[in-house]
Design a protein around this ligand. Structure first.
Ligand code: DQA
Length: 148
């Protein structure tokens, strides 16, 4: 069965209570429960993980890339700073959809740059927690296209 990695970076464990005016009221558990249902009906297995530590994210991206598995990645603040995450995606060949809950382009200028965007297969920004669902849908569509 196809495996999709859902990887959340720093502070996303606080979803639901963190700046709700920006990130909404849904928790990570709420989001993952919804994604699991979508995955189940698509016949796909999800591996959902969150870490506040950059190296964990690097390890998980490499693991997905080695196995030829896709990734839905919200790298949080590391999106804007991490050469290591960018290199992990490029170096492992992982197919990554970059996700942001908020519209980063309507926020502070330091959020307008993504080091991940140039190596991502797609980007979903600003749909609230629905961004994750759209990213999963996009990733599965891309994977389907590649097969046919
Ligand atoms: C975020 C946007 C980032 O700028 C921020 O640092 C986050 C969350 C989002 O999902 O909107 O932690 O990735």
């Amino acid at each position: 069965m196809q495996i999709v990695h859902i990887i959340h970076g720093p502070n996303l464990n606080l979803l639901g209570t963190r700046e709700p005016a920006v990130y909404g009221h849904e928790t990570l558990a709420d989001v993952e429960a919804r994604l699991s249902k979508a995955a189940q009906s698509a016949g796909v297995q999800l591996l959902c993980r969150q870490s506040n530590h950059e190296g964990d994210l690097v390890d998980w991206i490499q693991q997905a890339g080695r196995a030829g598995e896709g990734v839905v990645l919200n790298a949080g603040a590391y999106t804007h700073t991490s050469v290591a995450l960018r290199d992990a995606i490029a170096g492992s060949g992982a197919r990554v959809i970059e996700v942001h809950v908020s519209n980063v382009h309507a926020r502070e200028s330091f959020r307008h740059t993504s080091l991940i965007a140039p190596v991502a297969s797609g980007i979903v920004v600003g749909f609230g927690t629905l961004s994750y669902d759209l990213a999963l849908q996009g990733l599965l569509a891309l994977a389907g296209q590649q097969k046919s």
